[in-house]
Write a protein that binds this ligand. Structure first.
Ligand code: ADP
Length: 382
């Protein structure tokens, strides 16, 4: 890669003691750096006036000035001039302070009397390079976020707009079936039915993309959710057949999250456990373990089970194991589960044996219970 050539630097020395500023100016002249100008400001307010007059690239900044002390100096300066490279030069030897200045936007930290001409030049050069790299990264991140937002909107808009013509096709096909039933003949009717099934399937897939794109795009308030109360609600909604029992193994935690997402998460896992149940006496068990910083939750069933080779694939969108028509599958449910779990900083995985059943595990980061002032509601399910 080609070396970057540094342009001549305009440097502002922010230092109230004339001996120190003269010394710094003298040393700067002797460095290998190409310097277009170096000026001195004796106070923060004076520095702001000079910043308005000249485009300084670098400021060498003493933290203790007549009109500002300590980290505050760096923070106030940085808020007003985020683009300028900041090298803190201070009399105090304090490692903690050094780290704090870096955390508050300084690119380098120097202690008076502990540097020579060479290290001063190198420190400024590194600080300039570091800032350039950081700015580049910040720009890239911003671009990525924009592209990501556009993609999310794109998926939403496309799928939303596809629904209207699809509805049109479905209506037309129904009319043809009804009005021209006699002319179609058996074979024609069968093909028309096939067409309607395909339209329905496409509708389900589009709905899948919509619900996948809603996760993270539609924001809801974070609320405290008592899972012991939420789960009966979800089970009622799914209404499993009598041959399948659903039980809570142990006390479930209260978590902080968006209610719709958590409903969606359990709904997908439990309805899959019902959908892929192949035993006359189905058993679904929901439980939770304390896993340090996380809760480890599980939804276990004694259904058909999943071959190990599919463990990763099933969490990807539109990926199904069995022929998609046989179970009315779209391959969206688990990808939505994964997206929700990861949005809250957790992981999801499956343990399973073909014929014996599957256990889906996911972790959920514990968050301290929210205080009253945060004005968050506690969900009561009934
Ligand atoms: P869908 O159920 O619509 O196919 P999912 O993303 O929810 O989509 O599931 C992907 C695949 O994972 C399913 O097609 C099925 O083969 C498998 N699967 C998911 N949950 C279970 C389960 N509890 N038992 C057996 N197989 C399952």
């Amino acid at each position: 890669m080609k070396d970057h050539v540094m342009k001549p630097l305009a440097i502002l020395i922010l230092e109230d003691e004339i001996v120190n500023s003269k010394l710094l100016q003298g040393m700067l002249e002797k460095t290998f750096l190409s310097i277009s100008r170096s000026d001195v400001a004796k106070s923060l307010s004076c520095a702001f006036e000079m910043m308005d007059m000249f485009n300084y690239d670098v400021v060498l900044l003493d933290l203790n000035l007549p009109d500002s002390k300590g980290l505050e100096t760096l923070i106030t300066f940085g808020d007003k001039h985020p683009d300028v490279v900041k090298v803190v030069v201070t009399g105090e030897y304090d490692d903690q302070l050094g780290i704090q200045t870096l955390a508050h936007g300084a690119q380098e930290y120097l202690i008076k009397g502990k540097y020579d001409v060479y290290t001063l030049g190198k420190s400024i050069q590194y600080a300039v390079e570091r800032k350039r790299t950081l700015d580049k990264q910040a720009n890239l991140l911003e671009e990525l976020e924009n592209v990501n937002d556009e993609l999310k909107d794109f998926a939403y808009i496309i799928s939303h707009d596809l629904k209207a013509p699809l509805r049109g096709i479905s209506t037309l096909a129904n009319w043809i079936s009804e009005d021209c039933g006699d002319k179609l003949g058996e074979e024609g009717k069968e093909q028309m039915n096939l067409l309607l099934t395909r339209v329905e399937r496409m509708h389900d897939l589009i709905e899948g993309v919509l619900s996948y794109s809603r996760v993270g795009r539609i924001k809801e308030d974070l609320v405290e959710i008592n899972l012991n109360k939420l789960l009966p609600e979800v089970i009622d909604m799914i209404a499993p057949p009598e041959s399948i029992s659903v039980s809570l193994d142990n006390e479930l935690p209260v978590i902080t999250a968006e209610k719709t997402r958590i409903l969606q998460l359990f709904q997908n896992l439990i309805s899959n456990a019902v959908k892929y149940m192949d035993k006359p006496q189905g058993k679904i068990q929901i439980g939770c373990d304390d896993d340090g910083e996380f809760w480890k939750l599980k939804v276990a069933d004694n259904g058909s089970g999943i071959d190990k080779k599919h463990f990763e694939k099933i969490f990807k969108i539109f990926q199904t194991v069995s022929a998609s028509d046989s179970y009315n599958s779209t391959g969206v449910g688990l990808s939505v589960v994964k997206k929700i779990v990861e949005m809250y900083g957790g992981n999801v995985w499956v343990e399973s044996e073909v014929g014996s059943g599957s256990t889906f595990f996911f972790t959920f980061r514990k968050i301290e219970r929210i205080s009253e002032d945060a004005q968050l509601k506690t969900i009561t399910a009934y």
